[in-house]
Design a protein around this ligand. Structure first.
Ligand code: SF4
Length: 459
């Protein structure tokens, strides 16, 4: 009973977060930067921040996560980090030879007020950035936002620094995948490719953070969007941004800068979410949906229909990122499950909360949503009235254990299981996997609790 001190009664808290349902902005910025081919993310701050950001990503993906740091000392904390960053840029290009360095700030460098574009310009003027190499930046102070806003800001920086219009539109569609797994990015692209559509996906961490073990270490793995592709994104015929909070800013910036029209959708989870994604691709590209995709859709419909009795009426508590909460809530409601409690640590705004409340407006019981909220509050709600299932990251395992509730791990971070970076939960096939995980959790519990008399072989 690790959380035995969590009281059932909820008291007003305005200046204290306990077990936040988020991580810090630079984690997301670092993750996005790893989705550029040949990129070395750089944390402009102290070594402690950088060690935390890298270890959070390494523990989640079980892969080496490369990054560099400005390694602030007491001196840089007082006088600013310009000298450290200039030295770092010089060292990184000399020693590691990346194509690009993506600098993100931290709480400390933001509090000091370091002007990163000015430092980058100084580095260029001093010849520290070799020809054909690039340094980009994103401001990611972590006393606001979360890993999702960090991801969003770095993704937008890719547009600000590189996208350019050639004057004529290509037949390519840009895909901005949101804060999703490498496996989901692969799946999103596979669906477009099944429809015969050329795409540029950015960022793209597939084959970066879910690559094979070959026996040879590659500091810059095969995957990632290339800089020429980021340039060409400004000439694409359209952009599909998945997840408004993580992808919307970059899509809008691309529209404003290069006149590439954008559609901002929910993450393509479940039947409805994937239908919306496929339909928008079909309309932008002017293509038909292939039979192979219709088959995958039909399989998902089949499983929903076959196993509906086990989904029906089950109460679920969710903790995660806003874009994920919205997509998962829609999926659960569509199969007659009830997302009764939802919390996210990421501030997503009133409009987003209103949209989420709209999704659950017909629920047959009270639904509690807190944005931003924490897992301590979620636990208190569960103590007052329990649920059948938890969905969220690894930190929910403590609530799951104490309250004896099955947990489906989803989102970030997942430190204690594998699979998320290899098997998608988006698209029709991903929907099947997500349902399989939910069913396994529910039916395993049913078997465990069955008596000798009502133990069922066929379910
Ligand atoms: S919250 Fe701020 S100080 Fe803490 S690790 Fe993140 S950037 Fe560093």
């Amino acid at each position: 009973m690790l959380l035995r001190h969590t009281p059932k009664e909820v008291t007003e808290r305005s200046a204290l977060t306990i077990n936040p349902a988020k991580t810090c902005q630079p984690v997301g910025a670092m993750y996005a930067a790893l989705g550029i081919h040949g990129c070395l993310p750089h944390s402009h701050g102290s070594q402690g921040c950088y060690a935390y950001h890298r270890s959070a990503l390494t523990r989640h993906f079980k892969e080496p996560v490369i990054a560099a740091t400005s390694a602030f000392t007491e001196g840089s904390s007082v006088f600013g980090g310009q000298a450290n960053l200039l030295q770092a840029i010089d060292n990184i290009f000399t020693v590691y030879n990346p194509d690009i360095i993506a600098v993100h700030t931290t709480c400390l460098s933001e509090t000091i007020g370091d002007d990163i574009p000015q430092i980058i310009n100084k580095a260029k003027a001093e010849g520290k950035v070799p020809d054909g190499k690039y340094v980009i930046h994103a401001n990611t102070p972590s006393y606001v936002g979360s890993h999702v806003t960090g991801f969003s800001t770095m993704t937008r920086a890719m547009v600000d620094y590189f996208a350019e219009s050639s004057g004529h539109k290509t037949k390519t569609i840009n895909l901005i995948p949101g804060y999703s797994e490498p496996s989901d990015m692969e799946e999103i692209r596979r669906i477009a490719s099944l429809m015969g559509i050329q795409t540029i996906m950015f960022p793209d961490t597939s084959k970066v953070l879910n690559g094979p073990l070959t026996g040879k270490y590659r500091m810059f793995p095969e995957g990632g969007v290339t800089i020429p592709e980021l340039r060409q994104a400004g000439s694409s015929m359209g952009t599909v941004a998945l997840g408004a909070l993580a992808s919307g800013a970059a899509a809008k910036a691309l529209d404003a800068k290069c006149k590439v029209p954008c559609e901002i959708l929910d993450l393509p989870m479940g039947l409805h979410g994937t239908d919306m994604y496929v339909d928008i691709l079909r309309r932008i590209a002017g293509v038909n949906v292939p039979d192979s995709l219709t088959l995958e859709r039909g399989q998902l419909v089949d499983v929903i229909s076959d196993m509906h009795q086990y989904f029906y009426g089950k109460k679920v508590a969710l903790a995660g990122d806003p874009d994920q909460l919205l997509a998962i809530a829609r999926f659960l409601v569509s199969i007659d499950m009830i997302p009764v409690y939802m919390v996210t640590g990421t501030p997503a705004g009133k409009k987003f909360e209103k949209t989420l409340r709209e999704v659950v407006k017909d629920a047959p019981c009270e639904v509690k949503i807190q944005m931003p909220g924490d897992m301590f509050l979620l636990h208190q709600w569960i103590k007052q009235s329990p649920v059948d299932l938890l969905i969220g990251n690894s930190y929910l395992k403590y609530i799951a254990k104490d309250e004896d509730i099955p947990l489906v791990r989803h989102g970030f971070p997942i430190f204690d299981r594998v699979g998320h970076s290899y098997f998608p939960t988006m698209g029709y096939k991903g929907g099947l996997r997500f349902l399989e995980k939910i069913l396994d959790a529910i039916l395993d519990r049913k078997d465990r609790d069955a008596t000798d008399i009502n133990m069922e072989l066929v379910m």
